[in-house]
Write a protein that binds this ligand. Structure first.
Ligand SMILES: NC(=O)c1ccc[n+]([C@@H]2O[C@H](COP(=O)([O-])OP(=O)(O)OC[C@H]3O[C@@H](n4cnc5c(N)ncnc54)[C@H](OP(=O)(O)O)[C@@H]3O)[C@@H](O)[C@H]2O)c1
Length: 333
């Protein structure tokens, strides 16, 4: 099959198209013919081997210290199941699925565990639209609904509201009935208003931590703020969420978990089958609107990385994969 491969960490030109063997499905796996993938900030980090702060060593140990252990990048997919392992009951050949993989989705086929972050695609969406969801929508769901329990009427502020996670967080917070304040640059204010933001703040001209407002939840999607700075605008039982887990923040999270007042929360959204099913239902209910910034063919994944790195993408950069049929004889169990 055709796949993008990478042997070293670095700039987008470390990615190249190659012919590789079809992956074996295994007893508990499903083989998915990928029709669309996405390039996210997570993919950029994995390509560059760039992990923030204290996550550098565990991150590199997990994926390869000096170069990626698994050469095929790509963490998001939407496509059709073409083979299932002997022990799999959750999916059948012919199902259209979407989800996240540890690696391997920038290829014509990917194998993922059937009990991993994979679910049936939302009805009424095509592959490219479905591939906009597993990264940002899943992360927003994990943090805003599952960790912070955002409730109707609460005031939620999202830092990085125009980004890959942020533009889903705005939609979800709005759907959950919150009053949403979006923090991003002015050029993106109309974009986030269109997704459900009630208020907008340009971080280049205004420091929201000096606004005198109070928020029940502050969701920093890019590590631009700190719990200590945000504490003064958090409601007495407010929660500060961050996708970037620094050593200091993890200590704050441990400490504040013991008290009933303002809490700091950090972690990683790995995704569960239930969360994928919930993302599907939310998308079918109109809570998540797919926003596609650009589409590139598989051979031009490097261009997609450059677009993500530019910081100018509005929505998700999609990789279209034109899958040729897998030869069944090579789908080894
Ligand atoms: N922990 C987890 O489970 C998890 C999950 C997913 C992602 N992540 C991490 O989360 C981070 C963000 O990911 P992403 O995909 O959302 O990134 P992204 O698409 O690059 O979005 C970041 C956005 O923030 C805006 N921005 C830049 N500086 C800002 C500032 N000082 N204040 C407010 N907004 C600012 C930018 O838009 P403007 O042009 O409007 O400024 C940009 O669109 C990445 O580091 C990623 O690795 C972690």
């Amino acid at each position: 099959m055709k796949a993008i491969t990478q042997t070293t960490y670095g700039t987008p030109d470390v990615l190249s198209l190659a012919d590789v063997a079809l992956p074996a499905v295994g007893d508990r796996g499903i083989l998915v013919a990928v029709r669309a993938s996405a390039v996210t900030q997570g993919d950029r980090r994995l390509r560059a081997g760039d992990f923030p702060g204290i996550s550098w060593l565990p991150g590199r140990l997990a994926i390869g210290l000096t170069g990626p252990r698994r050469p095929i990048p790509g963490t998001v997919f939407a496509g059709r199941v073409v083979a299932v392992g002997r022990a799999v009951t959750r999916f059948a050949v012919g199902d259209d699925v979407f989800g996240t993989a540890m690696r391997g989705a920038h290829a014509e086929h990917v194998v993922v565990p059937a009990d991993g972050a994979v679910g049936r695609m939302p009805a009424g969406m095509d592959y490219a639209e479905a591939a906009t969801l597993p990264y940002g929508a899943l992360t927003a769901l994990d943090f805003l609904r599952d960790r912070a329990a955002v409730a109707p009427g609460q005031r939620v502020l999202i830092v990085g509201a125009s980004g890959g996670v942020g533009h889903h967080a705005v939609q979800l917070a709005h759907h959950l009935g919150a009053e949403v304040t979006a923090v991003c640059s002015a050029r993106n204010h109309d974009f986030v208003r269109g997704l459900g933001a009630d208020h907008v703040i340009d971080y280049r001209t205004t420091d929201f931590t000096r606004s005198g407002e109070r928020y029940d939840v502050i969701f920093d999607t890019l590590g631009a703020t700190s719990f200590l700075r945000c504490r003064r605008v958090l409601a007495p039982k407010g929660r500060y969420l961050s996708l970037i887990a620094t050593a200091g923040l993890l200590l704050m999270a441990l400490g504040t978990a013991l008290v009933r007042r303002r809490r700091a929360i950090a972690g990683v959204a790995l995704g569960t089958p239930q969360q994928l099913d919930d993302v599907r239902e939310l998308a079918e209910a109109g809570a998540f609107r797919p926003v596609i910034d650009a589409r590139v063919p598989l051979a031009r994944v490097a261009d997609a990385h450059a677009r993500v790195e530019s910081g100018e993408a509005q929505g998700v950069v999609i990789v279209d994969v034109a899958t040729r049929p897998a030869r069944a004889s090579r789908v080894a169990a």
